[in-house]
Write a protein that binds this ligand. Structure first.
Ligand SMILES: [Zn+2]
Length: 448
């Protein structure tokens, strides 16, 4: 029931292209055909060239590329408001033990599907059109990624999925996780669906033995994919690597060949100069999740330093939110505060959220994402933002941080399909989905 626009002319947009020159077209238009942007320019010019085209008038709204979330946990959705059964966790490992490792184990098939569906609806509402997800459901491993893929298809968003392999549940679970990654990677490679991709998921160094890691490296190499794993999120991960292997987490992962240009190393909060040099040398991609790091109290990732050393750092939400504008704003103020320097962060935040996330997405998807230019995917969002001060490429960041991020996303288009129009979801009944999710959450909380 998604509104399929084989060909559609979007007119009268305040068009933020996010292209290399940062071009902004005040009364801009773009032509979409078969899921791609084919022409971009001033409204009058494009109307003149395509006088009979079906038109979607943006009415002066701000139109920009949909945002990319480079690290997400769709499965975390039903934890919202849940009471824990133990004392409140006092550190990161306790957060895993008392919350996430109990929750993910209790997830059944319906929970996995509806967790994803609810979170994906929120992505549509907040203008996130591509997500790179990291899934765990040790009680239901085989086929779990297909359930999420079904939710992705129902909502119409673009996603790259993986299952987190871990030794925390014993060898059988580790094997099942490995199997699920391999199966789903092969499925994606066979289907060649431009909306769906896969990587090889690993939990983190401190829950993975050398034996399991080596097995995964062999399989991922055979399949031609990289890894998606948490790296040095908390000091406990580094301590574990030092105690067991006499080296840092990053060094251990590098020595086993986990890090490489297709690998996403999530967080990298506790990394030193040597680790940064290894990440740079191996070409690994780091993903920063500022709100999650704040919420878990794990520390501030040395993002500016990593980027300064030439490491590609992207931006994700770690399941904390579906709203990437919030992550952008938090990243900006977090690094100013942690450096006690109001001058830093601006350029890096923009680079992480746009250019670097675009490059990270390009590891998994063939179409150009996160940019408005001919040939790029028609993944677009319309915001009810009418700039009260001049909006130009050199003022865009100020608008993004202090205005655009708080504006409402009214229309979301992915792959040329309109998923939400004027605040109305076209693909699903949001109230029905929420009602079913509440029902499932009640039962999940009892099993938790
Ligand atoms: Zn995570």
């Amino acid at each position: 029931m998604k509104e399929l626009a084989k060909q559609l002319l979007i007119t009268h947009a305040s068009l933020v292209t996010l292209d290399e020159s940062g071009q902004i077209i005040p009364d801009g238009a773009l032509l979409i055909r078969d899921g791609l942007i084919v022409e971009v320019g001033p409204t009058q010019k494009l109307i003149g060239r395509h006088p009979t085209e079906q038109i979607l008038d943006a009415g002066g709204q701000l139109v920009m590329p949909g945002l990319i979330n480079a690290h997400m946990h769709l499965y975390s959705t039903l934890a919202r408001g849940m009471a824990l059964k133990d004392e409140p966790p006092a550190n990161f490992v306790q957060i895993l033990e008392r919350l996430w490792w109990r929750l993910d184990r209790a997830l059944d098939e319906d929970d996995i599907f509806y967790s994803a569906l609810v979170a994906l609806i929120s992505c549509i509402r907040h203008g996130t059109t591509t997500i790179i997800d990291h899934h765990a459901s040790p009680g239901n491993i085989p086929g779990s990624l297909d359930l999420i893929a079904d939710a992705m298809e129902q909502t119409g968003l673009r996603g790259c999925l993986c299952y987190e392999v871990s030794d925390r549940g014993g060898p059988q679970e580790a094997e099942a996780g490995i199997g699920e990654n391999c199966r789903f990677i092969r499925r994606c490679q066979a289907e060649k669906n431009p909306m769906l991709a896969a990587s090889f998921g690993l939990h983190a160094s401190f829950t993975l033995s050398d034996k399991t890691l080596k097995q995964c490296v062999k399989l991922a190499g055979d399949l031609g994919v990289g890894f998606h794993l948490h790296v040095a999120e908390d000091a406990a991960d580094v301590r574990d690597a030092q105690q067991k292997y006499g080296k840092s987490t990053v060094q251990r992962l590098a020595d086993i060949d986990v890090l490489g240009p297709q690998t996403l190393a999530i967080h990298c909060v506790h990394v030193d100069d040597d680790d940064m040099e290894i990440l740079r040398k191996m070409g690994a991609n780091v993903v920063h999740n500022p709100q999650s790091n704040c919420n878990n109290g794990v520390g501030v990732a040395p993002v500016l330093e990593m980027m300064g050393q030439g490491v590609r750092v992207g931006l994700g939400s770690d399941g904390f939110t579906a709203n990437m504008f919030d992550e952008i704003r938090t990243a900006n103020i977090l690094h100013k505060l942690s450096h006690r320097d109001p001058r830093v962060g601006y350029a890096e935040v923009q680079q992480m959220a746009f250019q670097n996330n675009r490059e990270i997405a390009a590891l998994f998807f063939n179409s150009s994402l996160g940019i408005i230019r001919p040939g790029a995917a028609a993944d677009l969002i319309f915001l009810d933002y009418f700039p009260p001060t001049p909006l130009r490429s050199e003022t865009f960041l100020g608008h993004l941080l202090f205005g655009i991020g708080g504006a409402r996303v009214q229309t979301t288009i992915v792959n040329g399909k309109i998923l939400m129009r004027d605040g109305q979801l076209l693909c699903l009944n949001e109230e029905d989905v929420a009602a079913r999710a509440r029902e499932l959450a009640g039962k999940l909380w009892e099993r938790f």
